[in-house]
Write a protein that binds this ligand. Structure first.
Ligand SMILES: [Zn+2]
Length: 314
């Protein structure tokens, strides 16, 4: 038997056929309808699922379950997306039902960051113990995996570590609050910090003037090249990131924290700083267990793998 994992994103809906927990035997993607309405989005997911099922060599009936990772606040138990900022869904959308009925299969859903976290752990055989997976992208995604299962919290909207306040009343976040971890530690946050702290004549300043914008890689390339302005910005970024990670480690004291997302392509510039920072600032310091901060390695497939494993063992 096989499962289908769907990773619902704002630009693409990615889907894969998954066997033996982590083997993606076929994957494809379609564009997300730009209306982003629940009706159009569910229709597109159904189209993609049908395409995937028709691709199974043994026939569409060999599929036992469909799992979907969706952005927003998800009621995993009832299969409902309560609210999605990215999709403009203000009212609850019965996503599981909208796929389950036409496909005549069980459908499980969870938040997309939870699915990516589960996929990351399963792909690395981390199915025993407690792991926190954090993705530093346009926003900051987070998930808690305990013994190979997602911890959903008591109510939808839990495990949003990106919206921990690390600087009360400061920089505005996309969620409407201020001072969130995400507003400083996402790739977008790093770029914002750089643009606010340009020093005339520096490599960073010149790069910004030349291109009219900055991206994460331009900043880390300049850190490597020894540009002082870029180094100061990146140190500020790492201090904010270390602060958030220390808070997370003080609450959960996990076996490890896995960091993913575009910024972590430069994890070699982050590794020592972050691990030293957490070791020096965690409650009890070295008298207790100090979780290691590591780089996540599974990349874009993690969401599909995690979604396919939402209902447990294959
Ligand atoms: Zn926020």
């Amino acid at each position: 038997m096989y499962r289908i994992g769907i990773d619902l994103g704002g630009t693409f809906i990615k889907g894969g056929i998954v066997r033996n927990k982590t083997d993606i035997i076929y994957k494809t993607k379609i564009e997300t309808p730009q209306s982003h309405t629940p009706g159009d989005t569910c229709e597109a997911i159904n189209e993609l699922v049908t395409m995937l099922r028709n691709n199974l060599a043994t026939g569409p009936d060999e599929c036992e379950l469909i799992g979907i990772g969706s952005p927003g606040s998800v009621d995993a138990g009832d299969g409902i997306v309560m609210y999605s900022n990215n999709f403009g869904w203000e009212r609850p959308v019965k996503l599981a039902e909208a796929i389950s009925i036409p496909q005549n299969l069980p459908v499980k859903i969870s938040n997309d960051a939870n699915c990516a976290a589960l996929g990351e752990c399963l792909a690395n055989n981390l199915d025993k113990g407690t792991y926190i997976v954090i993705t530093l992208g346009t926003g900051v995604g987070s998930g808690i995996i305990t013994d190979g299962r997602i911890y959903e919290g008591a109510h939808p909207g839990a495990i949003e570590m990106g919206h921990m306040m690390i600087r009360y009343g400061k920089r505005k976040c996309t969620c409407g609050m201020r001072g969130c971890f995400e507003s400083y530690c996402s790739a977008t946050g790093l770029i914002k910090t750089a643009v606010k702290n340009l020093k005339k004549g520096s490599g960073l300043y010149n790069a910004y003037k030349e291109k009219g914008q900055l991206d994460g890689k331009m900043i880390t390339d300049l850190v490597r090249a020894g540009d002082n302005n870029a180094k100061k910005v990146f140190d500020r970024y790492l201090t904010d990131l270390g602060t958030g990670l220390t808070c997370i480690c003080n609450v959960f004291r996990p076996d490890a924290v896995l960091l993913g997302g575009g910024v972590c392509e430069s994890f070699d510039l982050m590794d020592d700083f972050l691990n030293d920072f957490v070791r020096n600032n965690i409650f009890g310091r070295e008298n207790g267990f100090v979780p290691v901060i590591k780089k996540a390695t599974t990349g874009n497939d993690a969401g599909i793998i995690g979604a396919a494993n939402l209902a447990g063992d294959l």
